[in-house]
Design a protein around this ligand. Sequence first.
Ligand SMILES: [Zn+2]
Length: 313
Amino acid sequence: MKDFPKTLLELEKCFSTEEACREYLVALRWPDGFYCPHCGHDKAWLRSDGLYECKSCGRKTSVKAGTIFQGSRKSLVLWFRAIWWVSCQKNGASALGLQRILGLGSYQTAWTWLHKLRRAMVRPDQDKLTGTVQVDETFIGGAKTGKRGRGAEGKALVLIIAQEKGKATGRIRLRKIPDASANSLEAALKETVELGSMIKTDGWSGYTGLKIIGYKHEVIRTTVDIGENLLPLCHHEASLIKRWLTGTHQGAVSHEHLDYYLDEYTFRFNRRTSKSRGMLFYRILQNAVAIKPTSYNGITLGVRGRKGKNHKM
Ligand SMILES: [Zn+2]
C-alpha cells in the first residue's frame, strides 16, 4: 500500500489492528514526525497503551486528541471501516446504512459519525474556484404544502456556484444564504470564488456590485427570478442535489444541518471522476486529524454561525 488502500481487501489487510490505524493517523497528523502539543518537544516514548509520552515535559498525548476521533470509545479499526464505506457510497451515505454495515447498536452513533465525517469532507484551507463560474440561487427543502403565493415558506435559499469546464461543469461550491441581498451574495462569493474570476449571473440587482468588489461580471440572462429558472449549470446541479436529498436522505434534512449535507454533496461531486475510492478515504482521514473535534451535543446545538432563520423571501 502506498498512501492509501485501493481496495476493500487492502483496507482489511492494512488496518486490521488498532496499532496499524494509529500509525497511519500519526503519519497524517505529524508528517514531519511527532511533536508534543504541550511543549513542542519532538522526542517521545510510545507507550504500550498507544499514548505518546513527551521526553521533555512528560505529558501524554493521544493521536486522537484534538481530532474528530476524540472521545470516541469505538475502535479506530471500526472508524476506518466507516470511512471506507462512506467513501464508497457514490450517492451519499445514510445513517441507517452505516449502522447496518458496521453493526452499530445505536442509530444515534451512526448519525453522529456521519455528521463528524461530513465535517471532515471540507479541507480546513479550502481553495476558491477560479476561471468562469455560473452563479444562481435555488430553494431547498421546506414543507411540501406551503401557503399559496409564498413558495419560499420554510425553505432554505442556497447559492450554487458552478465552474464552467467547456460546456460541462468543473467544480462546484454551495452556500446556504439568509437572503438574496447583495450583502449575502457578495459575502458567499468572496468565500468561494477567487477575485478576478468571471461570474455569470442573471439580471438580479443583488449581483450588480460584483465588478466593484473585484470580479468580472456578465449577465447572461436578463430575467431576475429568485430561486427559479436557473442558469443552465446551476439548474443541473440544483436538480441533482434535490434528488440526492429526497433519495438518499429521504427529505429528512433539517435547515440547521443543511450546510453539512451540502458539504458532503460538494465533496462527492468534485471527486466524481476520481478513479480511486481510496483517494476519498485518504482525504477524509487527512481532514479528520486536521479539524477540531465535535460531539453529539455540538452537532445538535451548533451550527456554523451562518444563521438561516430567515427562510422567507
Ligand atoms: Zn512535552
